[in-house]
Design a protein around this ligand. Sequence first.
Ligand code: HEC
Length: 154
Amino acid sequence: MRLFRLSAAAAAIAISATALSSLPAGAQNDSPIEQRQKLMKENGKSAKAAVQMIKGEAEYSPEKAKEVFTSMHEVAMKFGDYFPQDSKTGHKTEAAPAIWDKPEEFKAALAKFQEDTAAAMDSAPADRQAFQQVFGKVAQNCKSCHEDFRVEKD
Ligand code: HEC
């Protein structure tokens, strides 16, 4: 139940922050939403850097590959901390209700993303082709988690 213990801690911090900034009573708890969106934006940046290398728009280097996977892994380790019960709506969140309705499945998706990014970090692909394969496996996580746990609005 790590996810929920951490969520409670995040909620406690967010509540004290809300008290300090004297938001109107009953305001949505936006802080964790902003935090998780910021983490996902990092994922977006990393994925963009990866695609640029794969397409040959940027030069491939094993160091840059490792940066991409390390950043994604850090996101994977933190992301689950920002889903308290009072962050289901507001702040243009795209978090799907399934996150709270099927917490075990969400946790499993997160755990897989953690494992796959860790394996990718250690794999140190030597060239662009090898990188593309490893990245493809990691990117499956983006796709499947978004299908199940994100409602895209734009
Ligand atoms: C375990 C589930 C999960 C995985 C894995 C995941 N995402 Fe997300 N992603 C989400 C959820 C949930 C949101 C919506 C967050 C919100 O708005 O509260 C999101 C939102 C986003 C956003 C929009 C952020 C914003 O608010 O502007 C981007 C970009 C994104 N993800 C990229 C990625 C990429 C790239 C990967 C893979 C490297 C990835 N995600 C993997 C669950 C996941």
